[in-house]
Design a protein around this ligand. Structure first.
Ligand SMILES: CNc1ncnc2c1ncn2[C@@H]1O[C@H](COP(=O)(O)O)[C@@H](O)[C@H]1O
Length: 340
């Protein structure tokens, strides 16, 4: 396909289904929050532009997860910064041409704000942002974000998803450092979610240590609607996925390359194995654009460059993503109208 873009990927109306809220905050936005807090004597953290310099995106799994506990969560730690950063993230996606966004976040208790209030604050910020940036519609997925959580903690997230299901929460996610924990502990929580009709997406085979057949079988038994990353998948499980018509695969190219989660670079990404397979639906996603620095328009440009998809392949693939959103029939109809 050469280096001529077949499409203006920024203008192309796009879907984004795998974006972690705290990892999607731009460094500029973190910097603005820091300036305000510094002036009000509310932080002793260093400037985010020093901690995470602009242009630095080569975080691997060892350096990536501590960014949250050691910095981002300590800066975004109250209602004002949560509100401001959520709106900023949505603005960035809207300006990149995303017309439907499923953000995901881990309910956190922040000072006097409990987890219920956290979800409420994020949903309020989503409402405000949707009014301001009319081209984008946003729904929320709640994450069980630490594989070391207890079943009680996981059940708490399921209860929150149920509580807020009529206010914009559409699904449940399992994420967190793949080198930690035993996912089978969460089976009752995911079974309860499924029985209640909550859509499920799970980080799947992200690292070799989280890709044992036992772990992947456990997750497949939860009957997830979508899988995230899908990297170290043994042949037997690949067959299972292929046979599962309509399962969504949220593939995050830049994240996987930057974090060295795959061997080799973009050309070696498993997007190449999956995008044309009948049955599963591949959706290119950013994961943590604030960290890895590649907006979803750029993910599409990388796909065109490295996998040589033509205009019709790209538009067809982008439209197929509509089938695996969690946002319901009304959103699907809207997207079928506006996507190219
Ligand atoms: C390599 N990619 C990834 N793999 C697994 N978990 C990830 C992730 N990227 C982000 N998170 C999870 O999302 C949280 C931040 O957003 P929220 O505070 O929830 O909005 C992180 O703490 C991590 O648990």
């Amino acid at each position: 396909m050469g280096d001529v873009q077949v499409l203006d990927f920024k203008s192309m109306p796009k879907i984004e289904l795998h974006a972690h809220l705290s990892g999607s905050i731009s460094r500029q936005c973190l910097h603005e929050i820091w300036i305000e807090k510094k002036a009000a004597n509310k932080t002793d953290l260093e400037d985010p532009l020093i901690v995470m310099p602009l242009g630095k995106h080569d975080y691997d799994l060892e350096t990536f997860f501590p960014l949250f506990s050691s910095y981002i969560y300590r800066l975004v730690d109250d209602a004002d910064s949560l509100h401001y950063s959520t709106i900023s993230v949505i603005e960035d996606f809207a300006k990149d041409g995303v017309v439907y966004l499923e953000l995901r976040t881990t309910p956190r208790a922040l000072g006097s704000m409990d987890k219920i209030a956290y979800v409420n604050h994020v949903l309020t910020a989503i409402d405000v942002a949707q009014q301001k940036f009319e081209s984008i519609q946003v729904r929320l997925i709640l994450s069980i974000a630490d594989r070391r959580n207890t079943l009680v903690e996981a059940n708490e997230v399921v209860a929150l998803a149920l509580r807020f299901r009529d206010s914009g929460v559409v699904g449940l996610d399992l994420c967190g450092d793949p080198t930690k924990g035993d996912v089978s502990l969460f089976t009752p929580a995911f079974e309860a979610a499924r029985e209640a009709g909550i859509k499920i997406t799970v980080h799947f085979a992200e690292a070799e240590c989280s890709a044992s057949e036992a772990e992947l079988e456990t997750i497949m038994d939860w009957m997830p609607d979508r899988l995230g990353h899908v990297i170290h998948v043994p042949e037997s499980v690949k067959k299972q996925i292929t046979a599962h018509s309509g399962i969504g695969l949220e593939l995050c190219l830049s994240c996987n390359v930057q974090a060295k989660m795959i061997v080799g670079s973009f050309d070696a990404h498993h997007f190449g194995d999956w995008w044309h397979v009948d049955g599963p639906v591949v959706v290119p996603c950013t994961d943590d654009v604030g960290v890895f620095g590649s907006p979803v328009s750029n993910e599409w440009a990388l796909i065109q460059e490295h996998f040589h998809l033509g205009r019709n392949d790209i538009l067809g693939l982008a439209r197929k993503g509509i089938d695996v959103i969690f946002g319901g029939e009304e959103q699907k109809a809207r997207l079928r109208e506006i996507m190219w």
